[in-house]
Design a protein around this ligand. Structure first.
Ligand code: PSU
Ligand code: MN
Length: 305
């Protein structure tokens, strides 16, 4: 059995059966610039704590799987150029060659599940890319949601993806997508997508109870909770769609594909919007951390009462 290295805080939480929320590291290493990314990661941890759970940032350093990072490890993940984006397929390669890996939604779910952690907060998930019929680009995140028993809280997915096909894929795979306090699927930078979310739920305790029921029924797939960015930070849909289209055009011209496409687009969209997309990104992640922590705490209460 592979050794997982836990931070002291996470070790203590596991021993004492406290609620734990996993956080991914791709968003730190590839999603945001240094040193903003360190500040955001620390604030995410703080938001999780404030809402009653213990945060566990997941990453791979020198081939060691880390669940919970210390200050020095976080700084390394935020700053080093020697980090590879790790999805499910890459995990054995990175671990056996003792490399450094930033985990995506898929690999963070896998490791969280190995560590017995059932909740995970992130920004946006991967999905079915636009132009699917040519590139056949479907994120491994969707397959992971189908097979791994972790609840993921995200702000939906950016319209760099084909949101309708992403929902269809998740339906086929038996993954429920819940809109938290919304009837409309949130589209990451904007809370408008024009697409109806499969189920709406307005109460964290109801969601926790449903997750417990899912387990009592022996259903071992994941669950996706979509939490819309607040009105205060939500960008205008037409404005952000324009920026996204411009970034997609650049990606095509420069022949960017596969695992490089999401980080490239995020970077370009941030340039085009002069930083306002990053600002929105940061605030939606904070809100997801808070919601995941609240649901996780409620679930922990139901489980142990
Ligand atoms: N969406 C974002 N920001 C991100 C990602 C997605 O808005 O940083 C990252 C997540 O780690 C997600 C991954 O799991 O990109 C999906 O990449 P791919 O499509 O290559 O599977
Ligand atoms: Mn892909």
């Amino acid at each position: 059995m592979l050794n997982i290295e836990y931070s002291n805080e996470v070790k203590n939480a596991l021993v004492n059966n406290l609620p734990i929320v996993a956080l991914e590291s791709t968003i730190i290493s590839f999603g945001m610039p240094y040193p903003e990314n360190v500040k955001v990661a620390k604030e995410c941890e703080e938001r999780v704590r404030k809402h009653g759970s213990v945060p566990a940032i997941i990453a791979i350093i020198n081939g060691k799987i880390k669940v919970g990072l210390n200050e020095e490890e976080l700084e390394f993940m935020a700053k080093s150029n020697d980090i590879i984006k790790v999805s499910r397929r890459d995990l054995p390669y990175i671990v056996s060659l003792k490399l450094n890996g930033a985990t995506t939604v898929a690999s963070t779910m896998m490791i969280a599940s190995m560590a017995g952690i059932k909740f995970f907060a992130t920004g946006g998930i991967g999905g079915v890319h636009r132009g699917f019929s040519e590139a056949m680009d479907v994120s491994a995140d969707l397959e992971e949601l189908a097979r791994t028993n972790v609840t993921v809280v995200s702000a939906g997915a950016k319209s760099i993806l084909d949101l309708e096909k992403t929902l269809e894929y998740l339906e086929t795979k038996g993954v429920l997508v819940v809109g938290y306090k919304t009837d409309e699927l949130p589209a990451f930078f904007t809370n408008k997508s024009g697409i109806k979310v499969p189920k709406r739920m307005d109460d964290a305790l109801d969601i926790a109870l449903m997750i417990k029921t899912k387990e009592d029924l022996g259903i071992t797939s994941g669950l996706l909770i979509t939490n819309p960015i607040s009105d205060e930070y939500s960008l205008d849909k037409a404005y952000i769609d324009n920026a996204i289209n411009e970034a997609l055009k650049l990606a095509k011209e420069q022949d960017i594909k596969g695992k490089d496409i999401t980080p490239f687009l995020l970077f370009k969209i941030n340039e085009i919007t002069k930083g306002s997309s990053l600002e929105a990104n940061i605030h939606l992640v904070y809100s997801n951390c808070e919601l995941a922590s609240t649901i996780c705490k409620a679930y922990n209460y139901l489980k142990n009462k």
